[in-house]
Write a protein that binds this ligand. Structure first.
Ligand code: NAD
Length: 322
């Protein structure tokens, strides 16, 4: 089986290569992202394996299908970077890894909350510079604070569960509520408006769909408490970044933790500084000291990488069995 793995990450060769090779495949690791320019590299492969920052448009799928592509293996849960309608029309099967480790993302989301609340990012750089001042580092106890979870799927529920461990008051919103799951973890559903208006921290855990695109916008931001903290480990497109920047400037939003951002797929965050390309809006975000941004690493634990590798290999075998 001819498989092309688009990846610039060393960990994929450590976890994914042996998982595919164990089933007798000889994957080619292409050290680049898949996009309209690099698509020629995928010509002639029966299967391609891609991640969140790769993009497979309708044109790309039609082109590759003519060159023999049959399977697209996504190493991630979201599939908004692949044109599924085009894949369906071309008879190209697409598989993803829906739940490789909800714990890794939930723990990361809570990590961002704690880091921002207790100003650990500021303390870290200060102390390294020999400055032990506590000025401006005051946080708040998580106990009795209200935390709002938007999207109560696998990750949202676990995030709420962890927050309940702090004795926080956790409320949630989801158009498809999981009443039993929320009850089990001590969370309760409220309307989106109530969540926005009453929470000290709002954490986003829903997928990027046309209905959720820019769900955090100037109107929803205006409904939030002054100084609210927003955490986004889901997808960048959930937030209208320009509106967020205005809300940060006015002080309406107090702190932001983002593992994902708009236009993420057009930006590289590799080990070499040469490969960092930032758009203007993103660069503006970086000027705020109350904004913590990470490079889509919430999933990145050993357990998640192992699960991704095993699930991807098993998705390929399922395709081959028909
Ligand atoms: P999931 O499918 O289990 O849950 C998503 C939930 O969102 C569902 O309950 C759904 O009903 C709800 N939802 C849909 N529309 C909504 C709306 N308008 N408002 C509120 N809720 C809505 O998904 P999951 O596995 O929990 O993943 C959640 C998000 O995390 C996804 O966007 C995924 O892409 C992202 N993710 C990020 C990383 C990372 O490394 N940063 C890793 C894995 C997943």
């Amino acid at each position: 089986m001819e498989i092309a793995v688009f990846s610039t990450k060393k960990y994929d060769t450590i976890y994914l290569r042996p998982a595919l090779e164990a089933n007798g495949h000889h994957p080619q690791f292409l050290q680049t992202r898949l996009d309209n320019e690099t698509i020629v590299l995928a010509e002639g492969y029966t299967a391609i394996c891609i991640f969140v920052n790769d993009s497979l448009t309708a044109r790309g799928i039609e082109h590759l299908a003519k060159k023999g592509l049959k399977y697209v293996l996504l190493r991630c849960a979201g599939y908004n970077n692949v044109d599924l309608d085009a894949a369906d029309k071309c008879g190209v099967k697409v598989a993803r890894v829906p739940a490789y480790s909800p714990y890794s993302v939930a723990e990361f989301a809570v990590g961002l909350m704690l880091m921002l609340n207790r100003n650990l990012h500021k303390a870290y750089t200060r102390v390294r510079a020999g400055n032990f001042s506590l000025e401006g580092l005051t946080g708040f106890d998580m106990r009795n604070r209200r935390i709002g979870i938007i999207g109560t799927g696998k990750i949202g529920l676990l995030t709420g569960k962890i927050c309940r461990g702090f004795d926080s008051d956790v409320v949630c919103y989801d158009p498809y509520p999981n009443i039993d799951g929320a009850k089990q973890y001590g969370m309760r559903y409220v309307s989106l408006d109530e969540l926005l208006a009453t929470c000290d921290i709002i954490s986003l855990h829903c997928p990027l769909l046309s209905s959720t695109h820019h769900m955090i916008n100037s109107e929803t931001l205006s409904k939030m408490k002054d100084g609210v903290m927003i955490i986004n480990t889901s997808r960048g497109g959930l937030i209208d970044t320009v509106a967020l920047i205005k809300a940060l400037k006015s002080g309406k939003v107090g702190q932001v933790g983002m593992d994902v951002y708009e236009n993420e797929s057009s930006m590289y965050f590799e080990d070499s500084s040469d490969s960092i390309m930032l758009d203007d809006v993103f660069s503006r975000l970086l000027t705020f000291h109350n904004v913590c941004i990470t490079g889509h690493q919430a999933f990145l634990t050993r357990e998640a990488l192992e699960n991704i590798a095993q699930e991807t290999a098993s998705n390929l075998e399922d395709f081959l069995k028909g």
